[in-house]
Design a protein around this ligand. Structure first.
Ligand SMILES: [Ca+2]
Length: 285
């Protein structure tokens, strides 16, 4: 009798343990299926190069038309691409509160502080796959972070340094995300850097795609332009392109685990919440 009770007690306690093991296994599988930067090749620039990306550009003759400017206002006179580099741990003296690198050990910098009316553009086209689906909402995501740093010489708006970021669905040419601003543009909460320089802290972008986007191609574009008169520079830091959450800002050189573990924890939490939600939904039925 006591042996039977003991046995059945063990069986009972083993069930939740097995269930928990199954949850852990499912979570591990979902982690394996969702690498940190599923959608973009070298999306974090950790290869210390622009491998996987297309750099282009030329010179900036000025924006077309009048405000509000859109992607249609952008003109680029064909020529050699403007500057582009990969940066590690550093302090940007023009924008001293920006923490670099943003994700991992390296971050891309498009264009630079010098003038020359140069334009640098960065493009990558990729196919959305089921690996880009966030288990938290069951939809594909494209996530990244960017921070523009631009001189503000107070030229007329169409002559100012500017930045442009977009995500386009090539299946129907729809713009899924777009952001444009020239330096000092009213309504944009620019911070004041050194001298006349203006900047934004890293902006975390989360573009939610419809489920129908799986199998379709998306194109990501980032443009950083000097002023069109040639005397003033502007650049954009970009990092963390992928489908997983961009980890909170932090100096990777100090807390090296942040870029690696933070997304995993978020995915783990999302997976567990998703499983609990699924179990709760089933229990109601
Ligand atoms: Ca990086």
């Amino acid at each position: 009798m006591s042996v039977h009770q003991h046995t059945s007690g063990r069986v009972r306690s083993a069930r939740p343990h097995r269930r928990f093991s199954r949850i852990l296994l499912a979570t591990a599988l979902s982690l394996a299926a969702a690498p940190a930067f599923a959608i973009f090749t070298n999306g974090g620039f950790e290869q210390n190069s622009f491998v996987g990306w297309t750099l282009a550009g030329g010179t900036n003759p000025g924006l077309l038309g009048a405000e509000p400017f859109t992607s249609a206002s952008i003109q680029i006179t064909p020529g050699a691409p403007g500057p582009a580099s990969i940066v590690g741990q550093m302090t940007d003296l023009l924008a001293p509160t920006i923490l670099l690198p943003r994700v991992g050990q390296l971050t891309a910098k498009l264009n630079d502080e010098n003038g020359g009316a140069l334009v640098t553009s960065l493009v990558q086209t990729d196919t959305v796959t089921s690996a880009d689906i966030d288990p938290a909402d069951g939809l594909p995501h494209i996530r990244f972070a960017f921070a523009p740093v631009m001189d503000d010489p107070n030229h007329s708006p169409n002559q100012q340094p500017y930045f442009y970021v977009s995500v386009k669905n090539l299946a129907d040419n729809s713009i899924l995300f777009e952001q444009f601003a020239y330096s000092g543009q009213a309504g944009v909460n620019f911070l004041s850097g050194a001298g006349n320089w203006k900047y934004l802290e890293f902006q975390n972008i989360d573009v939610v795609l419809p489920l129908s986007a799986v199998g379709e191609q998306v194109e990501l574009t980032v443009i950083a332009a000097d002023c069109s008169l040639g005397g003033h520079g502007g650049y954009v830091y970009v990092d963390g392109f992928g489908s997983s959450n961009v980890p909170p800002p932090g100096n990777a050189a100090v807390i090296t685990e942040v870029p690696v573990n933070q997304p995993a924890i978020l995915v783990l939490l999302a997976s567990l919440l998703g499983l609990i939600g699924f179990r709760a939904a089933r229990a109601k039925v």
